[in-house]
Design a protein around this ligand. Structure first.
Ligand code: SF4
Length: 276
């Protein structure tokens, strides 16, 4: 993987990370039992604070079993529909698509825009998302004959560029499709990941998506199962603790890593590291 030469300027990742709070390879018993989860991905290197973050979250929450979708195409639909809305609304939209038998590329290709819009209306921005779904399916047929196997057999870098070239698909959506539907090893950066890094003094608010993605991919073993689990754990942290306002730090598994708690950090909040 190529790393941005500016990486050290936008993040502060101390090589002396805190000791891990979880043990790997044990049998899982349930949430809230640190060190008791089984897993099937590499143990992250102890050289990065992110490794310790992952261990703490995995010990607290356990496996998240993502992505919640019954098929690769349903995952793709979900990744597009979840833009700027809650997952609950996505579920309602997907239920509508299922009821109308619209959960296949061919069905989305053939259905009228008006009917598709009506089905996905609960997910919001339904006209825009209708266009994005139509655009994706048109791309799938024109470049890959409608085959998801052929689509995902494409090298990661090339497919990522192709997806990013589609109107309505930004980096988070493209990476969600690549990771969760295609099992490509890319890290999905979302608003929660950004917020956590910023609040812990590990990233500058001006850091770009690609820089933050590079941070995770640089700091962790390049394993799609690990990336899958870590992103899902970050989302759980964001929902349960790291809210936009009034974060519940006192009960958060990452509280011990806050700079005020002596967490792994080299720069202080008063002197944030900055992108070039
Ligand atoms: S809730 Fe607090 S401790 Fe938890 S990730 Fe957010 S800032 Fe860190």
């Amino acid at each position: 993987m190529s790393l941005s030469p500016a990486l050290p300027q936008i993040v502060t990742l101390s090589p002396s990370s805190p000791s891990r709070s979880a043990k790997s390879g044990a049998t899982g018993d349930g949430p809230g039992q640190p060190g008791s989860w089984s897993r099937s991905f590499p143990v992250p290197s102890g050289d990065s604070p992110l490794s310790a973050y992952f261990e703490a979250l995995f010990a607290a929450y356990g496996p998240q079993h993502w992505w919640p979708g019954r098929s690769r195409f349903e995952i793709i639909l979900g990744a597009i529909l979840t833009q700027n809305t809650s997952w609950k609304n996505v579920e309602r939209a997907i239920a509508n698509l299922r009821a109308r038998k619209l959960l296949s590329p061919l069905a989305i290709q053939r259905v009228s825009a008006a009917r598709l819009s009506a089905a996905i209306r609960p997910a919001g921005y339904f006209r825009q998302k209708t266009q994005t779904l139509k655009t994706f399916v048109a791309f799938l047929y024109s470049r890959y004959g409608g085959s998801l196997d052929r689509l995902f057999a494409t090298p990661t870098r090339i497919l990522r560029e192709q997806l990013l070239g589609l109107r309505g698909i930004g980096p988070e959506t493209a990476d969600s499709i690549l990771l969760y539907a295609g099992k490509h090893p890319v890290f999905v950066v979302d608003a929660y990941a950004r917020r956590i890094l910023e609040r812990h003094g590990l990233a500058d608010p001006r850091a770009k998506y690609e820089q933050l993605r590079a941070v995770f991919e640089w700091a962790l073993p390049h394993d799609r199962r690990l990336f899958n689990e870590f992103h899902a754990l970050i989302v759980e942290t964001g929902k349960l603790h790291c809210r936009k306002s009034n974060p519940a730090c006192a009960t958060c598994p990452l509280a011990k890593f806050l700079p005020a708690a002596g967490g792994s950090r080299e720069a202080s909040p008063a002197s944030p590291v900055t992108p070039p």
